[in-house]
Design a protein around this ligand. Structure first.
Ligand code: NDP
Length: 376
């Protein structure tokens, strides 16, 4: 589980970002026991991660550092710095300013790193938000992925490439559960954008003989997931209710407190999802990139739960009855619903022995505990 991240002020030197308290942080690290401070053997391999500040990118960075990779990541230039998910490993990373909207910045980043492996996690990653910002979503999630792919083809075509595809591409599902052979039928702008990126990745794999894997990932969560996602919202609300917080500091996507007058506002409580743990999922992404041949793999738990079940489990974890703390708000109901999305991950299990380690109950406990810690 995530430690409380340490955020250090950073300064920019010739395009790269380094931590001004690097030495202090390294010293502190040496005296800290724990997973991410354990000794690693350098492999001489280099990886570049897009979306490194996000949930998956940060877990992948940790995993690759532990495996002895040199890890670089691209970060967007913003008017403020808040790398909450990578603060604790920032001094071990080579962070480079680049943006999926800007192909020049991507080629520069690739030239600076010349990676052996590229993991493309950057995205406008919220399906519900994609109804509000459909063109922006396409620009980053579809064309942005294409830009990264094309920059890799130009600068380092021998590098292996991972594309973060999504179960949302199955959309209005044509079969249950969904495998690599299931037809895609996107039901929101995010899914359409992901499908474009997925298809272009497959086209590049065949046309240019590039090593490209697409991980078709079902929903996966962690304490590092943004608070706008329903799992986090519910876990946060359960923690607030437990602590007697009736109006929260953190805001939802409508700019209102996530918990207002003691209640959290949610959309369709009957929507079903296959929720896994992000740490398990990045392990799968890494494993598929280590196979002899590039391929596409479905990654999920194979089990579904409704939002109502998520509420019951989360509030139940802190001894509360969810029905007192949840209200339906039509603004959070998607114009179209997907699913039921449920993964058939038998190919990943057969080819590289992957199976999820964290179950639904454990995941919910992890999220609620992290939110209790955040609020205390
Ligand atoms: P997050 O939303 O946590 O992270 C998204 C990342 O993309 C952030 O680092 C963000 O940077 C970066 N980003 C956004 N726009 C740009 C841009 N224009 N240029 C450069 N970077 C940008 O997503 P997750 O970690 O949860 O997901 C990782 C990937 O997996 C995404 O592509 C997502 O769509 C996909 N996926 C996720 C699933 C899930 O359940 N989590 C399921 C299936 C697929 P910044 O910090 O600057 O905003």
């Amino acid at each position: 589980m995530q430690n409380t991240p340490k955020i250090f002020p950073i300064r920019v030197r010739s395009g790269n970002i380094t931590c001004s308290k690097h030495k202090m942080a390294v010293k502190r690290r040496k005296s800290t026991k724990g997973k991410s401070s354990r000794k690693t053997t350098k492999t001489g391999r280099k990886a570049l991660i897009t979306g490194i500040t996000g949930q998956d990118g940060s877990y992948m960075a940790e995993l690759l550092l532990d495996k002895g990779y040199e890890v670089a990541g691209i970060v967007r230039k913003t008017s403020h710095f808040l790398y909450a998910n990578i603060g604790h490993i920032q001094h071990r990373l080579n962070l480079i300013y680049a943006d999926l909207l800007d192909p020049v910045s991507l080629t520069s980043a690739l030239k600076a790193v010349m990676p052996d492996e590229v993991y493309n996690f950057a995205s406008q990653s919220a399906p519900s938000e994609s109804f509000k910002q459909p063109v922006h979503t396409a620009e980053i999630t579809a064309i942005g992925a294409h830009r990264v792919l094309d920059a890799v083809r130009e600068i380092c075509p021998k590098a292996k490439f991972y594309q973060a595809s999504s179960s949302e591409m199955f959309g209005w599902v044509t079969e249950i559960p969904q495998s690599e052979k299931t037809a895609f039928n996107p039901a929101n702008p995010y899914a359409a954008a992901k499908l474009y990126a997925h298809n272009i990745a497959r086209i590049y794999r065949k046309s240019y003989d590039m090593f490209i894997c697409c991980g078709i990932l079902f929903n996966h969560e962690s304490p590092r997931r943004g608070l706008g996602f329903v799992t986090q919202k519910v876990a946060y609300a359960a923690a607030c209710s437990k602590l007697g917080i009736r109006t929260s500091d953190h805001l939802n996507e409508e700019g209102e407190p996530i918990v207002k007058h003691g209640k959290v506002a949610l959309g369709n409580l009957e929507a079903k999802r296959d929720w896994g743990y992000a740490g398990d999922c990045v392990e799968a992404a890494y494993q598929m990139m280590q196979q002899k041949k590039p391929d596409d793999y479905v990654i999920g738990t194979g089990k579904t739960h409704t939002i109502a079940e998520l509420c019951k489990e989360s509030f139940g974890y802190v001894g509360l009855n969810w029905k007192k703390y949840v209200k339906i708000d039509p603004r959070f109901i998607r114009p179209t619903e997907t699913g039921p999305l449920v993964a058939d991950y038998s190919k990943a299990k057969r080819v590289f022995g992957w199976a999820p380690k964290v179950n639904f109950k454990e995941l919910v406990a992890m999220l609620v505990d992290a939110n209790l810690a955040r609020l205390k």
